[in-house]
Design a protein around this ligand. Structure first.
Ligand SMILES: [Zn+2]
Length: 135
């Protein structure tokens, strides 16, 4: 397994708040994705348990039974987690990730390895440029 407990990793989240199954998968229906970072709190078979917020599709409440069964630190009791496969994870969040990323001026989302595309040196992402008429 590529990632370890305590790692902060990033995944793509769909507009309906589900984790995109394959991080690299391209489908025009998924253009409204956001990149979000999550903490790995458990490893169970071929799945990672990552900490999430309750609104995420398929999020499960970490009750005592699940914490015991999945060998998760009890400090996460009462929080929410979701199971993801390795290919749903884009990578480990590092300082480099933010150093080489630009935030979109409109939606504030971080885009790794993005280049400025506005006259003032800022970035407006493709999603904002194509879905918001002001651009
Ligand atoms: Zn944007």
């Amino acid at each position: 397994m590529l990632y370890h407990i305590g790692d902060r990793v990033y995944c793509r989240i769909n507009s309906d708040s589900s984790v995109i199954f394959d991080y690299d998968f391209y489908d025009s229906r998924y253009l409204q994705f956001k990149i979000r970072t999550f903490e790995v709190i458990g490893i169970h078979d071929i799945f990672y348990v990552i900490l999430c917020w309750p609104g995420v599709d398929d999020a499960v409440l970490l009750n005592k039974d699940r914490i015991d069964k999945w060998n998760i630190n009890p400090k996460h009791l009462g929080r929410y987690g979701i199971f993801v496969r390795e290919f749903s994870i884009g990578g480990r969040e590092t300082i480099d990730y933010y150093k080489n990323a630009l935030a979109c001026k409109v939606c504030k989302e971080y885009y790794p390895y993005a280049e400025p595309n506005q006259p003032d040196g800022s970035l407006v992402c493709w999603v904002c440029r194509t879905t918001r008429i002001i651009y």
